[in-house]
Design a protein around this ligand. Structure first.
Ligand SMILES: NC(=O)c1ccc[n+]([C@@H]2O[C@H](COP(=O)([O-])OP(=O)(O)OC[C@H]3O[C@@H](n4cnc5c(N)ncnc54)[C@H](O)[C@@H]3O)[C@@H](O)[C@H]2O)c1
Ligand SMILES: [Zn+2]
Length: 376
């Protein structure tokens, strides 16, 4: 890496007893990856799992860092995209890990976005009944969300993330310089998850984002700050509710509506996950206002920020066709966050004041969505 190693990367701890780990955030951190791994697991060999795009851009820097620290490493490159979260790629990757003679005590390095992180984490959870792994997230979404918290999964023909495990990494190294090569649309989509943390629980952070979002997009200290605040928010919730028996569900703000929109678009480039989440958050705020839970002006303020950064906030912002309200309601009820036929919604009493609601009247949701779709 040509970026100098910062002397003072930001550290966020995920406190989970003897499975606690650090998230290290800063520019140029890949250069220190080998030394960090060697310090945590002396003598371990590593297998790097990455995708084709990331391999081209960042793999040589990672390999150089491991070599410099005396960490032997093999590499497995999977196709880029959601399709790699499949049984087939899982099988190929697991077989490659075994063929590389990875044993208990060795570790996997997940170098990439959420797809690579989810796949590599699940492979790590399963091969030899559990290998250690290190997350090196290279998308904004992965740096603030998917690399933290230990949810790993691949997709089933029945839906996304239906086959997986809770398996915590032993370290997360978020090199913010890797985001310089990320397509702007992907960066913006990841920003929806940053805004999510602010909107679900931190009004002060939201006000900061309103003022500073351009600097977050530009890079530099503001970007690092936004990532650190997001990771701290997620780490605190995960530490209190690792297995999502309660509070962790707040992290799904925007995701019940969002997943339905994402599924309606066939999980395609028509609508990226973060874009669906932004629209979903806007719908959650709009619905909360319609139910009289939050003042309309406050909901409008939240939605305005998402729109200002260029994220979709209404069905009419989504290009291409969307299904009718019946299909959307079906998709909402099919979502895995449904308990005994009742979808869980994360609603809001204010900016930074989200709560879990299991008793939403589906007719109210249907009426609300009908209005939104009619406005398209
Ligand atoms: N485990 C969790 O808690 C969790 C949370 C949220 C999302 N997810 C999962 O994350 C996945 C989405 O992750 P994502 O948005 O990172 O998608 P992704 O991994 O597909 O990455 C998006 C695209 O950017 C490319 N890319 C990655 N890093 C790059 C870089 N630095 N420069 C240039 N290109 C780069 C990738 O090759 C890919 O084409 C979904 O499968 C979702 O289910 C998991
Ligand atoms: Zn998400």
């Amino acid at each position: 890496m040509t970026v100098p190693l910062r002397a003072d990367p930001t550290m966020v701890k995920v406190a989970l007893g003897d499975r606690s780990y650090d998230i290290v955030i800063g520019r140029g951190l890949i250069a220190s990856l080998g030394a960090r791994i060697a310090a945590l697991r002396p003598r371990a060999q590593a297998a790097i799992i990455t995708d084709e795009h990331v391999a081209r851009l960042h793999l040589s820097a990672v390999e150089a860092a491991l070599t410099a620290a005396g960490v032997a490493a093999s590499r497995i490159t999977v196709p880029a995209g959601e399709g790699s979260k499949s049984f087939r790629v899982f099988e190929q990757t697991a077989e490659a890990i075994i063929a590389a003679r990875m044993e208990r005590g060795d570790l996997i390095v997940a170098l990439g976005g959420g797809v690579v992180g989810d796949l590599a984490g699940f492979v790590a959870s399963a091969v030899r009944r559990g290998l250690d792994y290190v997350q090196v997230p290279t998308t904004l979404l992965a740096q603030v969300d998917s690399s933290v918290g230990g949810k790993t999964a691949i997709n089933s023909a029945h839906g996304k993330n239906l086959v997986g495990a809770f398996h915590q990494p032993i370290l997360v190294v978020a090199d913010t310089a890797t985001l310089d090569t990320l397509p702007p649309r992907e960066f913006r989509a990841g920003y929806a998850e940053v805004a999510k943390y602010a909107l679900l629980g931190d009004a002060t952070f939201f006000a900061w984002l309103e003022t500073n979002w351009r600097d977050v997009f530009a890079g530099g200290p503001a970007r690092e700050h936004a990532i650190a605040v997001s990771c701290r928010a997620k780490a605190a919730i995960v530490a209190r509710d690792e297995r999502e028996t309660g509070e962790r569900a707040l992290l799904n703000l925007g995701h019940t509506f969002g997943h339905a929109l994402e599924a309606a678009c066939g999980f395609s480039d028509q609508l990226l996950h973060g874009e669906a989440v932004a629209a979903g958050i806007a719908l959650a705020f709009g619905f909360s206002a319609r139910q009289g839970l939050i003042p309309a002006a406050e909901a409008a303020r939240a939605i305005r920020h998402l729109a200002e950064v260029g994220l979709p906030t209404t069905p009419k912002d989504i290009s291409g066709g969307l299904p009718d309200v019946d299909r959307l309601m079906d998709l909402i009820v099919q979502d895995k966050k449904v308990k005994r036929g009742t979808p869980t919604f994360i609603l809001v009493r204010g900016i930074g004041a989200a709560f879990v609601e299991n008793g939403v009247d589906q007719d109210d949701v249907r009426a609300f969505l009908s209005e939104k779709l009619a406005a398209k």
